[in-house]
Design a protein around this ligand. Sequence first.
Ligand SMILES: *[C@@H]1O[C@H](CO)[C@@H](O)[C@H](O)[C@H]1NC(C)=O
Ligand SMILES: *[C@@H]1O[C@H](CO)[C@@H](O)[C@H](O)[C@H]1NC(C)=O
Ligand SMILES: *[C@@H]1O[C@H](CO)[C@@H](O)[C@H](O)[C@H]1NC(C)=O
Ligand SMILES: *[C@@H]1O[C@H](CO)[C@@H](O)[C@H](O)[C@H]1NC(C)=O
Ligand SMILES: *[C@@H]1O[C@H](CO)[C@@H](O)[C@H](O)[C@H]1NC(C)=O
Ligand SMILES: *[C@@H]1O[C@H](CO)[C@@H](O)[C@H](O)[C@H]1NC(C)=O
Ligand SMILES: *[C@@H]1O[C@H](CO)[C@@H](O)[C@H](O)[C@H]1NC(C)=O
Ligand SMILES: *[C@@H]1O[C@H](CO)[C@@H](O)[C@H](O)[C@H]1NC(C)=O
Ligand SMILES: *[C@@H]1O[C@H](CO)[C@@H](O)[C@H](O)[C@H]1NC(C)=O
Ligand SMILES: *[C@@H]1O[C@H](CO)[C@@H](O)[C@H](O)[C@H]1NC(C)=O
Ligand SMILES: *[C@@H]1O[C@H](CO)[C@@H](O)[C@H](O)[C@H]1NC(C)=O
Ligand SMILES: *[C@@H]1O[C@H](CO)[C@@H](O)[C@H](O)[C@H]1NC(C)=O
Length: 445
Amino acid sequence: MVTLLPQLLTIITLLISFPPIQSILHTSPPTIELPISAHSPPLTLCVSDFGATGDGISYDTVAIQSAIDACPSTIPCHVTFPRGTYLTATIRLKSHVILNIEEDAILLGGAEIEDYPKDSSRWYVVLAENASDVGITGGGVIDGQGPRLVGFLSCKNVNVWNVRLREPAYWCLHIVSCENTDIYNVSIYGDFNTPNNDGIDIEDSNNTVITRCKIDTGDDAICPKTYTGPLYNLTVTDCWIRTKSSAIKLGSASWFDFKSLVFDNISIVDSHRGLALQIRDGGNVSDITFSNMNISTRYYDPSWWGRAEPIYVTTCPRYSNSLEGSISNLRFINITANSENGVFLSGSKHGLLHNLKFINMNLSYKRWTNYSGGLVDYRPGCQGLVNHSAAGIIMEHMKGLEVENVNMRWYDDDQTERWNNPLDFRPSTVTNISLFNFHSGLYKQ
Ligand SMILES: *[C@@H]1O[C@H](CO)[C@@H](O)[C@H](O)[C@H]1NC(C)=O
Ligand SMILES: *[C@@H]1O[C@H](CO)[C@@H](O)[C@H](O)[C@H]1NC(C)=O
Ligand SMILES: *[C@@H]1O[C@H](CO)[C@@H](O)[C@H](O)[C@H]1NC(C)=O
Ligand SMILES: *[C@@H]1O[C@H](CO)[C@@H](O)[C@H](O)[C@H]1NC(C)=O
Ligand SMILES: *[C@@H]1O[C@H](CO)[C@@H](O)[C@H](O)[C@H]1NC(C)=O
Ligand SMILES: *[C@@H]1O[C@H](CO)[C@@H](O)[C@H](O)[C@H]1NC(C)=O
Ligand SMILES: *[C@@H]1O[C@H](CO)[C@@H](O)[C@H](O)[C@H]1NC(C)=O
Ligand SMILES: *[C@@H]1O[C@H](CO)[C@@H](O)[C@H](O)[C@H]1NC(C)=O
Ligand SMILES: *[C@@H]1O[C@H](CO)[C@@H](O)[C@H](O)[C@H]1NC(C)=O
Ligand SMILES: *[C@@H]1O[C@H](CO)[C@@H](O)[C@H](O)[C@H]1NC(C)=O
Ligand SMILES: *[C@@H]1O[C@H](CO)[C@@H](O)[C@H](O)[C@H]1NC(C)=O
Ligand SMILES: *[C@@H]1O[C@H](CO)[C@@H](O)[C@H](O)[C@H]1NC(C)=O
């Protein structure tokens, strides 16, 4: 008897929840032949009506999944979570479903390994696969004491807005092989001291827009990668980032091309690396703009990725038999940086850097932590860490750099290392550099 009760409840709630669908259909004027989805308000189903307790102790997985599954597959459907903490194993979204996690609601990922699918590529608290018109909103929180938080795999028309994601044990918001993704006003808090605690990872996806996000985390904050196909048209604007790794990083997975990416109006605070390209596997990168940014980068413990570089552009073969991708047409414009280390621009023999522009930049260099410098970082793979004194811009294997309206200011603290060398390059591998209105000077505190 007891075991029948949940099923009975589901049947009852299904009966309760179907009348709204019928009433929508009945009240639609039959003469207007427009798609229902464009003109009717979304159907709303509440997880409580499907038996979710929201007590944070008992699992609500079955109730939440029943609510999602009760959504008809043709019209927009909001699955709503009222105030409460909903403990859950992996839940799966389907087409036309938006999770609406209200301001006082928390969707809490289970902490047990068996809460997640056997296939580790599907370890998410919320997973959407092969779906279209799916999303998450509502102002509430998704908290993953478990593995990756939210994954959209091979989806179309994804919307994630007004939601707070926190404490993933691993990548937080993962967009894989998707088309048309909009991420707006999402805040991400990950543990500052947990590695692999990335913010938003975008893989093999086209037409992605990220706006007004706030990301505070221990590993790369916004991280486009290519594993199985290219990545085109990513626009990131109006964001605030703090990370113990790279704020924006292309790679290191870089088997296919990255093209037409724009990053604008972004504040990067106290990060271990600012704008980074870490190309290692043969994909080619082109047409990338970084504009209107304030960047502050500092050293952290050397066991973390990063060497306090405000800008780090590297392409080299990961292993001796890896392919070398080229990087071309990068623009850095209207950028102010306060950093403990200089800019590093490094191509490789068969993976040149072509045509980089630095326009309207104020680069200030000053040491304020006690960690030692004096290393350039080719990791992962390649030559690893190499001893090399700091410089304003280090360059190698590059053809074409235009520097215009760029000021370098060096603040002279107690310097045991060589300091205030503006440009460091190997002439045999660097050609066609033009400097216009470029200044470098030492400032006393
Ligand atoms: C998604 O589509 C891929 C490729 O068609 C297929 O292998 C996979 O099983 C599908 N997954 C789901 C959950 O439908
Ligand atoms: C952003 O989302 C939060 C909830 O996470 C909400 O309180 C706030 O009003 C949203 N802001 C905007 C501008 O939509
Ligand atoms: C992205 O666009 C490229 C170029 O048109 C295409 O090859 C690739 O399959 C697209 N990716 C997705 C996920 O649709
Ligand atoms: C990238 O955006 C441009 C301009 O909006 C568009 O023409 C092109 O089709 C997009 N590329 C892909 C692969 O969707
Ligand atoms: C830049 O982004 C911030 C949010 O981080 C926003 O408040 C501001 O309006 C944006 N500035 C412009 C010029 O869009
Ligand atoms: C950068 O700092 C300047 C001066 O404090 C400020 O006016 C500007 O809005 C900031 N821009 C960003 C993207 O944070
Ligand atoms: C990168 O460009 C090189 C040179 O044009 C080309 O041989 C290689 O196939 C490209 N890589 C990819 C992943 O398309
Ligand atoms: C750089 O600093 C100068 C003043 O020293 C200022 O006029 C200029 O606007 C600044 N440029 C940027 C990109 O912040
Ligand atoms: C750079 O800043 C100047 C002055 O604030 C502004 O006029 C110009 O539009 C900016 N350029 C870009 C690409 O945002
Ligand atoms: C650097 O070391 C000095 C002397 O050991 C110490 O007083 C200071 O607090 C340290 N500074 C930082 C930023 O850790
Ligand atoms: C850098 O040089 C120091 C001594 O000058 C040496 O101990 C260290 O192993 C070198 N590091 C690397 C990565 O070569
Ligand atoms: C050098 O770079 C400029 C642009 O910065 C370009 O117009 C010119 O063709 C390049 N010259 C060579 C020889 O590559």
